[in-house]
Each structure stands twice: as C-alpha cells, then as structure tokens.
Design a protein around this ligand. Structure first.
Ligand code: TRP
Length: 378
C-alpha cells in the first residue's frame, strides 16, 4: 500500500483553507490543458442545457465556512439561479460534514448554516423547485462513503492537487483523515441523487474526476447504478477582495450579501487603489483598481472597459463612489428579501427540513439499488 504523503508545514502568513467552489481560483494547481478541456466541454454543455434542460440534474454546494459574499454571488450563486430558472432540477447541499475539515468553524456551524439558508432564499433559490439539504441530515447518503472508499486507492487520495493545495494552506497542525477522504464523500453527495452536472470552479475539477472514477468502478465491480457527472465550469472572472487579495470573509476584504449599505460603503472606501489618477481596466498591471472596475461592471451587467472609460479622470474617489452605488443598488432587493426571511426563521428552518426529507427519500432509494447491486442483505 502506498503511504500518504507528509504534511506540508503550515506557514503563519497563510490564510485559512480557501473557500473553494467560488467560481475560480487564483493559482490553479491544475495543468492548463485540463482546464482548457473542461472549458471546451462546458461550452458544449451550455448548448445542451439550452436545448434540453430537463435532462440535467445539478448538484452544487457551499462549504459552510462563513457568510456568502460577492465572490460567491458572481462566481456560482447567480449561475445556480440561472440554471434553476432554465428549468434544470437543482440540488443545493450544505456540506456540514465537509466543514469539519476546517475545525475552527464548527462551533459556529448552526449560525453559519442559517445564514446560508437566508442567502439562498434571498438570491432566488426557490424551494418549490430546488432542494436545499445538509450532509448530516441524510444518513443514507453518508452510507455510500464506505463502498466508495473501497473503490479508490490511498495513492489516488494523496495525489489530489486540490487537497494538497488545501493542506499547504491549512493553519492546522495535523492533517485529518477527512482531509484526504472528503472528495470521496463529495462523490457520494453527487451520486446519491444521480446528479449529472456540477457547476464548479477550477479547484473542484479533481473532485469531479474522482466522482466519475467512483461511478465507473462501481459499475465495473457491481452494476451500473450511477451516471458519470460532468463539470460545468463557471465563466465568471475572478473577483478579488477590496485589498486586492483573495476575497475571503476572514481577511475582512469581502462584501457579504447580508452586509448593510453603510458597511459596504465603508469597506469600499478603504479599498486599495493606486497613484494613477486616470482610471483604466488593466487587470494585469493595475489589479486593485481593475478589480473595483470589474465589481461595478458585474453589478451593472456592463463591460468593464466601458465603466473605466466613463470614470476616466474622476480618479479613485469617483471610482469608489461608482462601485458603492453599483453594489448597493444590485444588492438592495436581495438584502430586502434577506431581511424579510430573517423575520421568519421558522419558515427558513422548514425549508431545510423539507429539503432534507426529499434528499432522504432519494438517498434511501439509491441505497437500496446499491444494496441490491452489492448483494448485501438487510
Ligand atoms: N467541495 C465544495 C467546496 O469546497 C463543496 C461541496 C461538497 C460540493 N459537496 C459538493 C460542491 C457536491 C458540489 C457538489 O466548496
């Protein structure tokens, strides 16, 4: 048996485990050719989606590590609502067991999960069409983990580039077994409901590949119970935080969906810019300024070059005013809905309960097929 590679020593300057799945990752641990192939296939899938949305079952999820922010919104959330409204069946998972890989969030788990539910409802996930559920409430899903683990080697688990990257950036002293096995758990997330399309950022491609491997090997060893799901890569450009670094709540550089207009204004006021008075869109040479321009452009559904030109000699002050106004205008209806739902937490919790009931039903059915395929008795 191959041994698990040694842990990379955590460095004090590293941030927390990156909030993955948020559309794109700055430094991809993957070869460019892998990403290019996934991009080409995603373009094809978009055409198939437009032609026949009913053929797809989408599985998505956000590790409950903190409140959702604009990076999530433009990276994945917006796309989820688009798919839902296209007529695709969408499952939104809150992978609370996966959150155990970042130990420090566990004590705030309930609060974080309620925040996620509010965010989902506020952006337009419609519980009458989409299913929101969480890991720990669906035991039959988790039961798939054992047969699935038997289908992958320890060497494969250790080779996963996203896991390696997370370990390198982890602040934890020791690497848990869950760190190596959560991608297999993720395969169970996707396969229990026979999801065939997973909208992801680049960092999730290795997990999707593993999911396909598990589905295929299960079919080879037992019976073809599972489809081989495909990745739908997000086309959204990477949004940075207000300090020009990776957008992350724990770095204090993220505009969360639930923040007030004043908090938003304050954060943008303190945003990093540069000394050149003329505003331009030039992500390569002026990352901080260009990121603000991009943020305004995304919020207004406009072209960033056009936004930059309009601000022109107005400098950083006009840029920041434009961005603040654009963000607050875009988020106003979302924030209003969020506040409304927050007044009725009984309803919000019932959304999760009903989603879990539906997920349980599907998971039980799949587990029955799995038992039959494996020849286990009960
Ligand atoms: N790994 C994803 C993340 O870190 C979350 C996730 C867990 C997920 N299970 C999933 C995403 C299933 C899509 C499908 O954000």
């Amino acid at each position: 048996m191959t041994t698990i590679p040694p842990t990379a020593a955590p460095t004090p300057t590293d941030g927390p485990v990156p909030a993955t799945g948020s559309g794109a990752s700055a430094a991809s641990p993957l070869p460019a050719s892998t990403v290019a192939a996934a991009r080409r296939r995603s373009a094809e899938l978009e055409r198939e989606l437009a032609a026949d949305p009913g053929r797809f079952r989408v599985m998505t999820g956000d590790r409950p590590t903190g409140p959702l922010h604009l990076g999530h919104y433009f990276g994945t959330l917006h796309n989820r609502v688009r798919l839902q409204d296209l007529g695709v069946e969408v499952f939104v998972l809150i992978p609370d067991y996966q959150a155990l890989t970042d130990r420090d969030v566990v004590d705030r788990l309930a609060e974080t999960m309620e925040g996620l539910l509010l965010d989902y409802l506020a952006i337009g996930i419609d519980p009458s069409r989409s299913t929101i559920f969480n890991h720990s409430a669906v035991p039959a899903l988790n039961q798939l983990l054992l047969p699935f683990l038997s289908l992958v080697s320890v060497a494969e688990l250790g080779r996963n580039p996203t896991v390696k990257d997370e370990i390198a950036h982890s602040r934890q002293a020791a690497v848990s077994g869950l760190m190596y096995t959560y991608p297999v758990h993720q395969a169970a997330d996707i396969l229990f409901c026979k999801g065939n399309l997973v909208p992801v950022g680049q960092d999730q491609l290795p997990h999707l590949e593993l999911t396909r491997t598990v589905a295929r090997r299960f079919g080879e060893r037992y019976a073809p119970v599972f489809p081989q799901p495909e990745a739908l890569l997000s086309a959204a450009p990477l949004l940075l935080g207000t300090d020009g670094g990776k957008m992350s709540k724990s770095r204090g550089n993220a505009i969360t969906l639930g923040a007030t207009a004043d908090e938003t204004a304050r954060l943008i006021k303190g945003a990093k810019t540069d000394a050149d008075r003329t505003i331009s869109y030039d992500p390569e040479n002026r990352p901080a300024v260009s990121n603000l321009v991009l943020l305004a452009a995304l919020c207004q559904d406009r072209d960033p070059y056009e936004v930059a030109e309009e601000i022109g000699d107005g400098g950083a002050a006009l840029l920041k005013r434009t961005v603040t106004e654009a963000v607050n205008t875009r988020l106003a209806p979302i924030r209003a809905r969020r506040a409304e739902y927050a007044r009725d937490m009984g309803y919000v919790r019932s959304v999760l309960r009903e989603g879990n009931a539906r997920a349980n039903e599907i998971a039980e059915r799949t587990l029955d097929e799995v038992r039959k395929a494996m020849g286990t008795l009960r």
